[in-house]
Design a protein around this ligand. Structure first.
Ligand code: PGA
Length: 258
């Protein structure tokens, strides 16, 4: 990481934890995080939609400075979109961050760069921060196509945005072959691709924007590899799936400096 950018450690709980479990997990997580941690890093949990309200009231009642994130959003404010959740609804729950374009949404549910772009804009329009995910498949990597794929996803996902908005958002580089597989990109490889992403942002939105945007790594991040990843200049944080489900593990990841 670079000292000029504030680290962000986010847990993506995916389709795990009922709202009852979620309350316990967030409480246990908070017990293990000394207050000074929040001065140094942004700590975010992204529960399922059904657990957002419970986690929000727990954080509020216990005055826990963990930030709330959602895993997806629709771009419209309301309407006949059965099964979807609007940015207005998330904003009312004090959601700060919204994951957009996770590879599971792209690969399993057909989400396009165009849809990702609409969602990013909707999140920003409602004063929340997108965590926009990009990443290549194993085939794409082996064919030497990593840079082309992530560059396209970044350009199309951020198309039409103002530089000041881009400077404040978060991009998560998650190689698809590393997600949930136990295989992590080497920290050097992750650093290199994240550097390429930063170059795309500089080219499209100017140097200051590229210098400011925070870019996380995601894919089998664990207590045992977070410190090395965070030691890399370009890596500003992590989007953590499996290891964030367990409050002990996620607390160790958040306290990677300790
Ligand atoms: P993982 O998931 O940490 O379980 O690999 C990361 C993610 O999909 O965000």
């Amino acid at each position: 990481m670079n000292e000029s950018r504030r680290p962000i450690l986010a847990g993506n709980w995916k389709m795990h934890h009922t709202h009852l479990d979620a309350i316990q997990v967030v409480q246990k997580l908070s017990y293990q995080l000394p207050v000074e941690v929040y001065d140094e890093v942004d700590v975010v949990v992204c529960p399922t939609f059904t657990a957002l309200r419970s986690v929000q009231t727990t954080l509020d009642a216990d005055r826990i400075p963990i930030l709330l994130g959602a895993q997806d959003v629709h771009w419209e404010e309301e309407g006949a979109f059965t099964g979807e959740v609007s940015p207005v609804m998330l904003q009312k729950l004090n959601v700060s961050y919204v994951i957009v374009g996770h590879s599971e949404r792209r690969e399993l549910f057909g989400e396009t760069d165009e849809a990702v772009n609409k969602k990013v804009k909707a999140v920003l329009a409602h004063a929340m921060t997108p965590i926009m995910c990009v990443g290549e498949t194993l085939d794409e990597r082996e064919a030497g196509g990593t840079e082309a794929k992530v560059s396209r996803q970044v350009r199309e996902g951020l198309a039409g945005l103002k530089a000041e908005d881009v400077a404040g958002l978060v991009i998560a580089y998650e190689p698809i072959w590393a997600i949930g597989t136990g295989k992590t990109a080497t920290s050097a490889d992750a650093n290199e691709t994240i550097g390429q992403i930063r170059t795309v942002v500089r080219d499209e939105f100017g140097k200051a924007t590229g210098d400011a945007v925070r870019i996380q790594y995601g894919g089998s991040v664990k207590p045992g590899n977070i410190a090395e990843l965070m030691g890399e200049e370009e890596i500003d944080g992590a989007l953590v799936g499996g290891a964030s489900l367990n409050p002990d593990d996620f607390a160790r990841i958040v306290r990677y400096r300790a």
